[in-house]
Design a protein. Structure first.
Length: 117
């Protein structure tokens, strides 16, 4: 079955960096576009970054993180990472790895990122 397992969250001061990682299994990873979302209490889940399938896939970012976050994938290791630099308190959220496979959304369990001011 499809499994997505995130890691790398934690507490960091404003201006700092964190790197999130997601290990995927149970599907053809290189054939799937991969995404990172985030969610705070009382708000809808927000798409943060996307990377297309294949090798050298194109990337897209939410305006709020563009220039600070970088999404990347390693198809040999079935991983998708999110490098987060210049973190701000408003980046505090639970971050979720996501794969859309045959129109079905699959989610990891989420990892908490907390940015202190």
């Amino acid at each position: 079955q499809v499994q997505l397992v995130e890691s790398g969250g934690g507490l960091v001061q404003a201006g700092g960096s964190l790197r999130l990682s997601c290990v995927a299994s149970g599907f053809s990873f290189s054939s799937a576009a991969m995404n990172w979302y985030r969610q705070t209490p009382g708000k809808l889940r927000e798409l943060v970054a996307s990377i297309a399938s294949g090798y050298g896939g194109s990337t897209n970012y939410a305006d709020s993180v563009n220039g600070r976050f970088t999404i990347s994938r390693d198809n040999a290791k079935n991983t998708v990472d999110l490098q987060m630099n210049s973190l701000k308190p408003e980046d505090t959220a639970v971050y979720y790895c996501n794969a859309v496979i045959r129109f079905t959304y699959f989610w990891g369990q989420g990892t908490q990122v907390t940015v202190s001011s």
